[in-house]
Ligand binder design. Structure first.
Ligand code: HEC
Length: 484
């Protein structure tokens, strides 16, 4: 009775909705026999995305996207809400899994040159999804509304602010104002739960449709180049001879791998827990210990290494060029050999990419962009005086926090430029202006130094550089001292 009713309901839905008509071709479509384990990454990425959507919706039910309450609501989720800690943990490790899987999937597709004819658009839609995913990872950090997230966004706004002509407008649009504040949080929340997921879901739908339309590529073979004139005909013939239905012959590998991914995400969430929240955001304090999520370390590492004159161009240009290159790659070469052994430069690109990523990530782990709050005071040898203004200035460099950001003869952080030879570079006047007004990423000290302290500090800095025993600049350059 119940079975019959259920059967009737199902056949009504199936008839009116066309469920079988849509699903059966998907399940039974023929795929190359040699696909095997190489091809599981795409479906696993999709699976990780589903985990993100489900856990994300759960989090959104409790999370309050407002400057005043975001942090507390996350604390509530982490400490008190039912399964809250698990959901946060899964969403966090799921994000890592998704970024990783998407990149692995892209690498595999690149390695096997699957982006060639007729699958150019598959690749292009994939690149859009990838940047959407990175956008999700980035906006998600801010929603934590702790010092890390806020600081990472300040860097991004700085980046946006450098776009010629309309930079300020873009930055203001992103931040919802001039600085990171409650309005920024709302903006990022909308990006994170509406706009970017919309882009990703549309992209995934197109991507899936294209995968079905053009079929799964066969493993590349040496001496079997892609020729757009003959490819489709040969592909269909080959599938007729050697293909097998997707379900269940090939799908079980996807299922096994995706299950492992989900178990790993749940496992990490249970064992390592959701990351503890950094202290609450205070955009005006430099006392943060900023650290973006690991997949962005390499990028921040590059930024921190650049001389400031180049920074603008790289900050702006690199992501844009990166996107365009990736996006248009299949249009640059959509035919010819697919086998990695015939495309040594492709192997070289992957090798260079992986090495560069690892090296920069390790470098980034040391947070060269961040003030180093663990610095020690300057040794007597470095200061070079035991009393008088120079000695007091040497102490002030430590006490006032200059060493958090500036190295002097090996002591200090790397946020700002070294001051080891600053006496050779700047006059007394310049130094006073710099310290009083601060600069890009340097706080202004006019309010926190007395005239006497400033003068001692400058006297000390003027001794930095040149040959030991050289007179400081003020004696070499009378003009600079005239009006002091
Ligand atoms: C939060 C990090 C930070 C702190 C703290 C800091 N600075 Fe800086 N400082 C920087 C950065 C970043 C620059 C580069 C600014 C630029 O390029 O416009 C800089 C630039 C300078 C310069 C110019 C260097 C050059 O080569 O042109 C001087 C001089 C200087 N700082 C002195 C000081 C002194 C003295 C103190 C302590 C009273 C101090 N700074 C504290 C980050 C900091």
């Amino acid at each position: 009775m119940i079975r019959k009713a259920a059967g009737n309901v199902w056949s009504w839905i199936d008839d009116r909705g066309g469920v079988s008509d849509a699903l059966i071709p998907i399940m039974t479509h023929v795929v190359p026999r040699d696909a095997r384990w190489w091809y599981v990454f795409g479906s696993a990425t999709l699976c990780a995305f589903v985990v993100q959507v489900i856990t994300g919706v759960c989090l959104a039910m409790v999370y309050v996207p407002g400057g005043g309450q975001a942090y507390e609501s996350l604390q509530y989720i982490t400490n008190d809400a039912f399964l809250g800690s698990l959901m946060r943990g899964m969403h966090y490790y799921g994000a890592s899994a998704m970024v990783m899987l998407a990149v692995v999937h892209l690498t595999q597709v690149y390695l096997h040159a699957t982006y060639k004819y007729p699958r150019e658009m598959n690749w292009m839609s994939g690149v859009v999804i990838l940047f959407g995913v990175l956008g999700m990872a980035f906006t998600g950090q801010l929603l934590r509304w702790d010092a890390n997230g806020v600081w990472s966004v300040m860097v991004a706004a700085e980046m946006a602010g450098r776009v010629p002509l309309i930079g300020t407008e873009i930055a203001q649009f992103l931040l919802g104002g001039d600085t990171v504040g409650g309005a920024t949080l709302t903006r990022f929340y909308v990006l994170h739960v509406m706009i970017l997921p919309g882009i990703i879901i549309t992209g995934v739908a197109l991507h899936m449709w294209l995968v079905l339309r053009h079929g799964i590529s066969e493993m590349p073979k040496v001496g079997d180049p892609v020729d757009p004139m003959t490819y489709k005909r040969e592909y269909i013939e080959r599938l007729k001879r050697t293909g097998e239905p997707f379900w269940p012959n090939a799908a079980w590998r996807d299922a096994v791998f995706a299950t492992c991914v989900v178990l790993l995400i749940v496992g990490c969430a249970i064992v390592f827990q959701a990351p503890s929240l950094d202290h609450p955001a205070n955009p005006s304090s430099i006392d943060a210990n900023p650290m973006p999520d690991w997949y962005f370390w390499w990028y921040f590492a590059i930024l921190s290494m650049l001389p400031s004159s180049l920074e603008t161009w790289v900050i702006l240009g690199a992501p844009a060029i990166g996107f365009l290159l990736l996006f248009f790659l299949p249009l640059l070469s959509n035919r010819g050999e697919r086998a990695p052994s015939k495309r040594p430069w492709a192997l070289a690109v992957i090798f260079a990419g992986v090495t560069g990523f690892l090296v920069l990530t390790i470098y980034g782990y040391k947070k060269p962009w961040s003030p180093d709050f663990g610095v020690e005071s300057l040794s007597r040898e470095v200061v070079g005086a035991t009393e008088g203004p120079v000695a007091r200035g040497g102490e002030l460099a430590f006490e006032k926090g200059c060493l958090y950001c500036h190295v002097i003869d090996g002591t200090g952080g790397h946020r700002g430029p070294t001051l080891s030879v600053i006496g050779d570079r700047l006059t007394r006047e310049d130094l006073v202006v710099r310290i009083n007004n601060g600069g890009y990423n340097m706080p202004a000290f006019a309010a926190s130094l007395t005239a006497g302290e400033l003068s001692d500090l400058v006297a000390f800095l003027q001794t930095r550089g040149g040959e030991p025993g050289d007179p400081p600049i003020q004696d070499r350059d009378e003009k600079a001292t005239e009006d002091h």
